[in-house]
Design a protein around this ligand. Structure first.
Ligand SMILES: Cc1ncc(COP(=O)(O)O)c(C=O)c1O
Length: 362
């Protein structure tokens, strides 16, 4: 018989027992306007205006004309890689970070080159290493803000330094803000606010903002010096026009789905807080979480190994992500989701704690 496993990696919000407003979610799809096909390569204007309103709620000015809708954040990345890179060009990606980029870049024939974030009472960009990593074929820098899985945001001073570097070296900056609304210790400021000295793309979508990954709605918003921005948008429009991948019902529903985000975000925030409190009380070592849906835990050094996650499944029946999956440097780091049901989270964390305790020698 198979053993019962406790899965601490569940991060699909539709599988976590949240209470969705089914009428609002499904009602959004029955707009009679969906019966006609009148595509706009950038996305239907009312949907882009809703995206601009979302940024206005974050004190950022986004022009709907500078926004392009995509079927996911992942597709937005792919459009940007195609816009910015020829085959073999390089994009620098902060590490640790979200591992999906590797596959996306491979598919678009783009080379990813990691640059390190270092941990010292918080996470920081290693600017010396970043600058050393910029080569003749580097076209862009990618940053996840707040980051997944460390949950840290990039502070104001770092942002200024990064944008100045991009402007000086003629690089585009791609900022993934899918977790922007999930600040734990306080609100997180969007890179869409303030001034924009370099060509910059902020990507996000409904997977996290409205916890609706199945609806396949994302976007990119473009910022920067006027001429560069205009040229980028004109070329992006050609890429988007080639696929016209957004379907009409989802675009027409976007304003309603975005408008309903607060209720689901409130539930997710409460779940994250409850699970963080379980974690704190358990005494399992973890890094502080500023934002996001995940936490980095540390098992004792002498229990860390290259196959730690596999060992945990075998010996403790607990499923976690190995830190190495996200490029976390230490072999005793693991990553857990904070949005899974709290009853399971409690059992999983308690089991982990027992597994971490020193074993009696017999
Ligand atoms: C940082 C980050 N960016 C993008 C995505 C993917 O989002 P989408 O479903 O919009 O492609 C994820 C999914 O977990 C993510 O963690």
């Amino acid at each position: 018989m198979g053993a019962v496993l406790i899965d601490l990696t569940v991060s699909n919000p539709t599988m976590c027992g949240f209470d969705y407003d089914a009428e609002a979610v499904l009602g959004g799809l029955s707009n009679p306007a969906s019966l006609s096909y009148d595509p706009d390569p950038r996305g239907i204007r009312s949907a882009r205006e809703a995206v601009a309103d979302y940024y206005a709620s974050h004190h950022a000015v986004v022009d709907p004309d500078d926004t392009i809708l995509t079927t996911s954040t992942s597709e937005a990345y792919s459009f940007l890689f195609r816009l910015l890179c020829d085959p073999g060009d390089e994009v620098l990606v902060a590490q640790p970070s979200y591992p999906l980029f590797d596959f996306l870049a491979d598919l678009d024939d783009v080379r990813l080159r990691p640059f390190p974030l270092f941990e010292d009472f918080g996470w920081w960009i290693d600017f010396a290493e970043l600058e050393r990593s910029i080569g003749a074929r580097t076209r862009a820098i990618v940053l996840v803000h707040p980051n997944n899985p460390t949950g840290h945001g990039t502070g104001g001073a770092e942002r200024l330094q990064l944008e100045a570097l991009c402007a000086e070296r003629n690089l585009a900056l791609i900022v993934d803000e899918v977790f922007l609304d999930y600040g734990v210790t306080g609100p997180v400021e969007s890179f869409a606010t303030g001034s924009h000295p370099c060509l910059k793309f902020v990507v996000s979508g409904l997977s996290k903002i409205a916890a609706l990954p199945q609806m396949k709605v994302g976007w990119l918003a473009c910022f920067g010096p006027e001429q560069e921005k205009r040229e980028a948008l004109a070329r992006l429009e050609v890429i988007a026009d080639t696929f016209l991948s957004m379907n009409a019902p989802a675009q027409l529903a976007l304003p309603r789905w975005l408008g309903g985000r607060e209720s689901i975000q409130r539930q997710i925030a409460a779940r994250v807080r409850a699970n963080l409190s379980i974690l704190r009380q358990s005494g399992v070592a973890s890094l502080p979480v500023e934002a996001g849906w995940s936490a980095v835990l540390r098992v004792p050094q002498n229990r860390g190994s290259a196959d730690l996650a596999e060992t945990l499944v075998r010996e403790a029946g607990v499923v976690v992500h190995p830190g190495s999956f996200y490029g976390l440097p230490r072999p005793h780091s693991i990553v857990v989701s904070l949005i899974g049901p709290s009853a399971d989270f409690l059992i999983g964390v308690e089991t982990l704690k027992r597994w971490c305790e020193p074993k009696e020698l017999t």
